[in-house]
Design a protein around this ligand. Structure first.
Ligand code: HEM
Ligand code: HEM
Length: 411
């Protein structure tokens, strides 16, 4: 069998590309649907989730993403190769309607094997956490922002494009079988590994209708998808970020917080996943003493539901983790001290129903009536019963890094 195509037969390489892609795509559909169904189960705040379920979902999703990317790179090679090759003409080219339909579907298939995995990849790169691609080239993409809004858009596009691909594959297979069973021509045989010789195709009609029809179908699918809400809405995290709301502090010789951030980083499956609480309030009294000693007091109330944590935000709110509906706030109350090394907030942190002694060293820059503060501490999530059923640190690390920054002005 020749490696290259002729005007009436597919070469070995074109056949290899075709059937490898076909097998991968036929596997990727059930894999994606099952993995997505399981992931939705995990995100349900009411569900009680076991470690085995998380591991299984991650394994399926990782396989889906990795095989999907294999399709993408094979498709790049395939398109490059086909541009150098003659294309065997359609055997029923004189039937203009069927030929246009077949060619439109070929355009949809060629476009889809690039666009479907690309949209999945962009979705993956824009979000954080959850199932990694099993390869050594990293999980992010240059120029792709970590943005839940963009990730949701790409997830919607992935969904719409893959439905167009599914419809095209179904029609494509139906067409191939019709040629074989009804027309009894060599269309299917000449694509099979040892398909033998095929007749010379009739004269082909060149037309722009098939590529334009394919573009119209994609456009219509995106419009219908957007209309039926497949692209989600401006993500809650993005909206929460935009209206970051920090209420002024109150009490004593107080300070008013004018800006700030409260971030956490957890380690999921060995990769860091960072998030922010958009809504928290801090009541601060502070007087910088000349010598080490007491300096004031702070009370911070954190709205747990305002956390965004990449793609696992909903999961983090569930009963096994923060259980936001039962325990909507976390409270940090501490005495502020000046120490020989710097400053210290020494108090207690209450998350869920657990109150744990906590010490947070912080750096302070005082400039007249304004102050800038940065503090870090590491918490052990197990002490607060967060993710208590996930006892394997490789799945979800025990340590949670907390970083607080704020600027405040004297009230
Ligand atoms: C030709 C290749 C691909 C096909 C045919 C495909 C197909 C699918 C299907 C059928 C689903 C389930 C949708 C549902 O349940 O309604 C899905 C979901 C998903 N796929 Fe793919 N996929 C491909 C490539 C990729 C790649 C390369 C990635 C990432 C690197 C990816 C990431 C995802 C993600 C993250 C979801 C879940 C979307 C969500 O959360 O809404 N896919 N895909
Ligand atoms: C599932 C993913 C599949 C994709 C993405 C796909 C894609 C394509 C594309 C793009 C072509 C045009 C090739 C070219 O002219 O360069 C083609 C041709 C062909 N495909 Fe598929 N295909 C798939 C599955 C199948 C299956 C399952 C069958 C068999 C039942 C099949 C049978 C054929 C045949 C017979 C041709 C040759 C058509 C002709 O010569 O006119 N394909 N396929």
């Amino acid at each position: 069998m020749s490696l290259t195509n002729t005007t009436h037969s597919y070469g070995a390489l074109a056949k290899l590309f075709h059937w490898t892609t076909a097998v991968l795509i036929l596997a990727l559909f059930p894999l994606g649907m099952i993995a997505n169904g399981m992931a939705e189960g995990l995100r349900d705040p009411a569900a009680s989730v076991t470690e085995a379920q998380i591991a299984q979902t991650v394994a399926l999703f990782s396989a889906h993403k990795t095989l999907g990317l294999a399709v993408f790179f094979i498709a790049l090679l395939r398109v490059g190769w086909s541009l150098t090759q003659p294309r065997p003409g359609l055997l029923n080219a004189e039937n203009r309607v069927e030929a246009t339909l077949a060619e439109t579907i070929h355009w949809l298939l060629y476009g889809s094997i690039l666009l479907v995995p690309l949209s999945g990849w962009l979705h993956h790169a824009a979000t954080t956490g959850f199932a990694p691609i099993r390869w050594p080239f990293g999980q992010s993409l240059p120029l792709v922002p970590k943005s839940e809004g963009f990730a949701e858009l790409m997830a919607g596009l992935h969904l719409v494009l893959q439905r167009v691909l599914l419809a095209a594959v179904v029609l494509h297979i139906a067409g191939a079988l019709k040629h074989h069973v009804v027309d009894r021509d060599a269309t299917l045989r000449r694509m099979l590994p040892h398909g033998g010789t095929a007749p010379q195709p009739p004269k082909q009609h060149k037309s722009l209708v098939p590529p334009l029809a394919a573009l119209t179908i994609w456009g219509a699918a995106i419009v219908v998808g957007a209309g039926s809400g497949l692209f989600g809405h401006t993500s809650a995290p993005a909206a929460a970020q935009a209206q970051q709301d920090i209420a002024p502090a109150s009490g004593g010789a107080g300070w008013t917080v004018t800006d700030g951030s409260l971030g956490i980083t957890v380690t999921q499956l060995g990769s860091p996943v960072s998030g922010q609480f958009a809504d928290w309030t801090a009541a601060i009294t502070f007087e910088d003493p000349a010598q080490p000693g007491p300096a004031g007091q702070v009370d911070v109330i954190v709205n747990i539901a305002s956390l965004t944590l990449g793609s696992v935000t909903d999961q983090a709110m569930g009963p096994d983790y923060f259980d936001a509906s039962a325990f909507p706030t976390a409270i940090f109350s501490a005495d502020l001290e000046k120490t020989a090394q710097g400053y210290l907030a020494d108090g207690t942190l209450t998350i869920r129903d657990q109150t744990v002694p906590v010490q947070m060293p912080f750096q302070l820059i005082l400039d007249g009536e304004n102050a800038e503060m940065t503090g870090q501490l590491e918490l052990n999530r197990m002490e607060f019963g967060v993710g208590a059923s996930v006892t394997d640190a490789a799945t979800l690390g025990f340590g949670v890094d907390v970083v607080v920054t704020l600027t405040a002005s004297r009230s």
